[in-house]
Design a protein around this ligand. Sequence first.
Ligand code: GTP
Ligand code: MG
Length: 154
Amino acid sequence: MERTFVMVKPDGVQRGVIGSIINRFEQKGFKLNAIKLMSIDHALAEEHYRDLRMKPFFGELVDYLTSGSVCAMIWEGPNAVANARALIGKTNPVEASPGTIRGDYAMDVASNIVHGSDSPESARREIGLFFDQELPMNPIMGFMQGEPSAETLH
Ligand code: GTP
Ligand code: MG
């Protein structure tokens, strides 16, 4: 079982499609492990996308990510990283196939609605950046960070 970090970016939160995106991950078979709505400052946005710091659009990317709330999530499943990337679609919505999240919800590379980790190593790093608590694997159902697991509720 693998974990990946997924984030609905500010344009996705603003447009009210968090639920639709969660629905796609659940339909695919992912289990939600943690979720929180939060705002991110420039330091976190720069650290999150540090591999892109030399790109000409880096400043624009950081401004975009800090322009409003994001929804940070941890999803679990077999090959979670690769399965999430397939569900999300290509970086540029122009190239993303219909049926993928970016193919169906976005038009512009500068506001492409959702982020997904690009490797298991990136997923571990990003989960550590956005979530300060390591949560146990939960094979039954996802749960909110910091809340009791399904077992302790019964
Ligand atoms: P993420 O899942 O968000 O990491 O996207 P990705 O892995 O498909 O692509 P990559 O990591 O290479 O780029 C990160 C993000 O930078 C993209 O998702 C876009 O939001 C943004 N980005 C990429 N290319 C451009 C560009 O040419 N202009 C602008 N403004 N943003 C870009
Ligand atoms: Mg990336």
